[in-house]
Design a protein around this ligand. Structure first.
Ligand SMILES: [Zn+2]
Length: 101
């Protein structure tokens, strides 16, 4: 639960129910070995879980930047707009719910 940056009303989603201001919730900082809360909506269902992050990889046109437990390869020349990112980790306490309209 956060407060609308425009009118200060408590907001539980992405859009303030009082003034209609769209805003994003604070982005959790992710790091290897850290547990981060994830909510993913698709087709009216929200999947919620905590993710114990074990790997992160970003790649474009053959350049790869990755961080993983135990070993790591780092290339700092990612530059194209077509950037693909994947994360891996262990899901803890997965659950799902229907989105209320
Ligand atoms: Zn508002």
């Amino acid at each position: 639960m956060s407060n609308c940056p425009n009118c200060g009303a408590p907001v539980d989603g992405d859009i303030c129910p009082y003034c209609g201001t769209a805003h994003r919730l604070p982005t959790p900082m992710m790091a290897i070995g850290k547990v981060v809360p994830i909510r993913f909506e698709h087709g009216g269902t929200v999947f919620s879980f905590d993710l114990l992050v074990s790997g992160f990889e970003a790649s474009d046109m053959g350049e790869t930047c990755s961080f993983r437990d135990g070993f790591g390869l780092t290339v700092s020349t990612l530059h194209t707009p077509e950037l693909h990112v994947s994360m891996s980790g262990t899901v803890i306490g997965a659950r799902h719910e229907q989105v209320s309209a």
